[in-house]
Write a protein that binds this ligand. Structure first.
Ligand SMILES: [Zn+2]
Length: 108
């Protein structure tokens, strides 16, 4: 057995771009539920009315995808059966039908 055989398997990298079918917005967002979010801060800002931690970094743990939706108009991605897409495999299938596949070429 040799790793040389694997070299024949080129890494064909590509990505998808897509537009919202409703408004044409190219940006979608992933909505997570049941997420544990932690935000670090080292000081708290206070004045007469507000008391607000000076947030530094936010990280999220866990959670599950609830849906993918258009960032602009809230259009929710659905499969051909009208089910809300809530995993990356279904998202991939949606993209194969509705997205624009583009090869990631490394052209010097
Ligand atoms: Zn939209």
């Amino acid at each position: 057995m040799s790793d040389l055989a694997k070299q024949n398997c080129m890494s064909d990298e590509f990505h998808y771009t897509f537009k919202c079918p409703k408004c044409g917005c190219p940006t979608f967002e992933e909505i997570l539920i049941n997420v544990t979010q932690s935000t670090t801060f080292a000081r708290v800002n206070c004045d007469a009315e507000i008391t607000e931690p000076d947030y530094q970094n936010t990280s999220t743990e866990g959670g599950e995808i609830n849906r993918f939706q258009c960032q602009s108009c809230g259009f929710v991605l659905q499969n051909e059966h009208g089910d809300t897409i809530n995993d990356t495999q279904a998202l991939r299938q949606w993209l194969e039908k509705n997205g624009q596949k583009t090869a990631d070429e490394s052209s010097g």
